[in-house]
Design a protein. Sequence first.
Length: 453
Amino acid sequence: MSRLFGTDGVRGLANGLLTAELAMQLAQAAAVVLGHERNSNGSRPRAVVARDPRASGEFIAAAVEAGLSSSGVDVYDAGVLPTPAAAYLVADLDADFGVMISASHNPAPDNGIKFFARGGQKLPDEVEDAIEAQMARDAVRPIGADVGRIQRFSDAEDRYIVHLLQTLPHRLDGLKVVLDCAHGAASGCSPQVFKDAGADVVVIGADPDGHNINDGVGSTHLGPLKEAVVKHGANLGIAHDGDADRCLAVDHEGNDVDGDQIMAILAVALKASGKLKDDVLVATVMSNLGLKIALRDAGIRIRETAVGDRYVLEEMRDGGFNLGGEQSGHVIFADHATTGDGVLTGLQIAAQIALTGKPLKELATVMTKLPQVLINVKGVDRAGVRSNEVLAQAVAAAEASLGDTGRVLLRPSGTEPVVRVMVEAADEETAHSIADHLAQVVRAELALELVSE
């Protein structure tokens, strides 16, 4: 039987994989593993529950809260809020755990359930496995006064906004900012916090109707944000995804500023102020080589991890580092958050513009992005990436030809018969040429029909 939890909780088609029955079972199991088994003070466990504005989030949240309360957990219903807000509120309330109902940047028919342990921390694999195992056992069913209670967490958004404002190194007075909230969880709090920080705010993508989340807007669709920034003569644009755990930016001319560039700007700023722990940034193997070169020149080291913000978080926790993230815009400020926070990231970028008086376009020149080509080769044996000798020789030859001016990364998909071929080089033509050649070798050597013979 396949593992229920994926890389970021349990995610799938609402009323397909993710039913109300499954949501209740998960909640009842989490009540035991994260609540009763870890609560040593004799009081009833407490949990924070939040969701993004997908229509299916309404019935899934109801099922989760029913499962928790019926298993003797008091529930604080925070309503529609970003994922990082849920994590923060678990810590701020000193709750035993939290539940976020969201499918992040996925389309509206999908949804997901993820849990945060005490302190707002993501769960390690072994705790997720314990929740799955508990689902096969009888649920805890207290009676009478021992059942949990459900109450509205009425000041949840205010607490989160106050927290965000306290992280700012500089107010945003005089800046015009366009916010694209992806018709998602940040549609209320992101515009409010930027206004409270002093910015002149233009808002798009902030009219969620339960079905339009991520639909042509947000961090996966930057076109509307670029147009709005140029139209309104704004200093910058900030794009969130559906649950606002990521942030991409647009400069005043409408140019993309991705997660690598954001991390470069913030790492250099933190180092200059003496606040970058051990002068280290944690990033994944997919970050552009230009980031590593720029930070090396600035006296900053990069610790690389596998792809996924959970691996970035693990490395940050293990090493005590306070800044990390991904090219996709998940940026983690360990001094202020336990997970990626797109609103927090947007505020910090805007604050650097206000603090330095430099436009985002100039700040982003701290790194030069090398041309990067990514080819997904489908219908191949992904396991053969690490064992095929012909492919290994082709990769070695490509790396030798690039030298210090580029790099090659072959990464098997975790779920599909797909191998991702990524090549960076000093120019686009070279990157495409090498990537195309390696993709041909992958197809020739790892084609499933050849492997099966």
